[in-house]
Structure formats: C-alpha cells, structure tokens
Design a protein. Sequence first.
Length: 440
Amino acid sequence: MLQILAHRTYRHLFLAQVIALVGTGLATVALGLLAYELAGAEAGAVLGTALAIKMIAYVGVAPVAAAFAERLPRRAMLVSLDLVRAAVALFLPFVTEIWQVYVLIFMLQWASAAFTPTFQATIPDVLPDDKEYTRALSLSRLAYDLESVASPMLAAALLTVISFHSLFAGTVIGFLVSAALVMSVALPSPTSTERRGIYERTTRGLRIYLATPRLKGLLALNLAVSAAGSMVIVNTVVLVQAKFGLTQSDTAIALAVFGGGSMIAALLLPRLLDKTPDRAAMLAGATVLVASLFAGVFVWNYWQLLLLWALIGLGYSLAQTPAGRLLRRSAHRQDRPALFAAQFALSHACWLITYPLAGWLGAAMGLPATFAALSVIAAAAIVTAARLWPAHDPDEIEHIHEKLGHDHPHLVGATRVGDGHRHVHVFVIDSHHPDWPAGR
C-alpha cells in the first residue's frame, strides 16, 4: 500500500491531509476543554450544539462550494480554505462567550465542507489508475483511523507541559503546513465544457447522485454506516463508565479498538477489492454492522464490548471505504467535485439523523433497545441498497437517444432505431444522459 507514496503529487497531498487531521484532532480536544471552561456542567450541551452546527454546515455548504469548484483552480481553492481554517483556529483561544464558539465553529466547518470534497475529487485525477486509487482510498481511511487514536494521545502529552489554549496553535500550524504542501505541487483543475447557472451547478452533483442506481444504493449504505458509527461515538462513554463502572481510560481504549478494527479492514481492502466487486464487499461490511448491532443487545461486560467494537470498526471501513471508487466511475472528470460534494452532504445528513437518535433512544429506552433499533435501521438500509443497486452493474450500457438530432456529434457511430439512435459506451449521468436506461 505504501508504494503509492512514491507518487510525488499524491505524497504531498496525503501528508497535507494527515497534518491537517492531526491539527483538527488537537482542536477537538481543546474545544472540549474550552467548552468546559466556559459552560462548566453545561459543556455537553455546548458540544452537542457545536456538533449539530458542524453537520448543518456540512450538509448545506458542500454542494454550493462544489459549484464554485467547477470554476476556480483547485490548488488556489484548497490553499485558500486551509488559510481560512488556520485564521479561525487562531481566534479560538481568545473566545470568552459561548456564542463566539458557535460562530467560529460554523466558519471552521464551512471551510472544511468546501475543502474536503474538492480534495477528494482531486485524488482520482492525480491517480487515474484504478488499483493505485484503491490503495490511496485505503491509505486515507488508515490516516483517519490513526488520527482518531494519535491526536488524543498527543494532546494528552502536550497538556502536561502547556495549557489547552496552546493546542489551538497546533491546529493553526497544521493548516498552514497543509497549505504549503498543496502549494508545492501542480494539481489538475478540470474545466466545464458547458456554461451553467449557479442553480444548475449547485444541484448538479445531487441530481447525478440520485439518478445513478449504484449511488442510490450507496446512500442507503451511508445510513447503515452512520447507524453503527453513531452508536459507538455517542454511547461508548455511557456503556463503559455508566453501565460497567469503568474509567475514562477504558473509554479511550474502547474507541481505540473500534479504530483498530477499521484500520485492519483498510489494510486488507486493496487486495480484497482486486478480487471482489465493490457491491459485494460493501454489502458484506454493512451486514457485519447489522449483526454487531444486534449482538450489542446482549453485551454484558467490557470484553464483549471490545470484541463488538472491533467488529463494527471492521464493517464500518469495509462498507465505507470503496465509496470513492463508485463516485469516480459515476461521473465525468469535470463533474467529480460536484458528485463528491453530494456524497459529503448526503452522508452527513444520515449522521444528522442517527447522532441524535442514538442519544435520545439511549436516554429514553435504554441501551439494549437502542442497539436493537439501530440494527433494524441498518438492516432496512441494506435491503434498500441491495434493491436499488443491481448486482449486474457494468460500466458500458447499451441505450437509445430519442431527443438528440441525427447529426449530433455524440451519435457518431450510433445505429438508427425507429425515431432514435442506439449505441454503447461508458454510461454516466450528464446533459446527454439525464436519466438511467430503463431496466438497468
């Protein structure tokens, strides 16, 4: 997997991602401590509101940002957004009111909601080879998992010698270094061949997404992933400390085990996806999530929970990591930023549903009932995904054009059939193909 880092442009982008992730992880720890300093016992409510603001920014901003990504040079856009994030982080240590936290968090997440899909859409253009791109996806997943383990440990070590306000300096440095690494390489910036209005550009990714069967299946799988992930993120502390009466360190270990399961899957995925279709692998991962959630109804000690969290981490990565491959094959190069933004927004919309659900159900009905309810949601999502995403899903599809003129350049080599023209090519939703062929 690490051989992919020999590619200079990708290596710089990957390092930029890792360094920015560590900076963000430090800010996450510092933000929790800042919320406690400002709100005391109400810190949980402050962080919950900040999390909701984050998700709203992700869902609302990403498609709009993608519309501008069609026109702006990618390198300039990514560097500018890193600088915005660094500037916001620079102000966080000076916050004295809770409302200021909310404003700055929205600005920070607004910039992230624009940065992440644009960054993700750049990688398949930098690595056009499918096997190399698969390894890049797995390496990216590994980076996210390592960050979730390493950042809290680094923050804990730093807090022994500095105040938590100084952790925000690490965030600023992370974003500045990320910007410098992006500046150090040339990035492809696809230009649209058609002039489109802002509404057309803003909604294009969503329309491509919701008109493509494999992506409608992906949306259902996003719901299964968020159902399992929300149970882990929201209720680990409740299970470990309230139910089992253990310590904060045990909570951290449980979360690390979840990340470890995800890392194992990320390491195995490149070879698995060389031999196994994306659909089969992702449905298998989601099935692991459903089975693990159902088993959670019967968990009664910490060691069972660790095994369960490792399995959920494994299924989580298996169901989620190949998504980039689906997005890549489902749009033209110039439409990828819009499509990645649609995935970013829609997947976070699923989290916006399951995050509060995991918390509310846990408080109102108890954790066994919450495990059961989320397993039912995830199971329904799998059934829906299997129905929406056909098992036979070729890239090239035979189809008939009935609205294009006979002299249209797109119809060169097509066969006349009644009032239309029939031909075969790699099929994606675009201006010539606004709908998926019937029966496909």
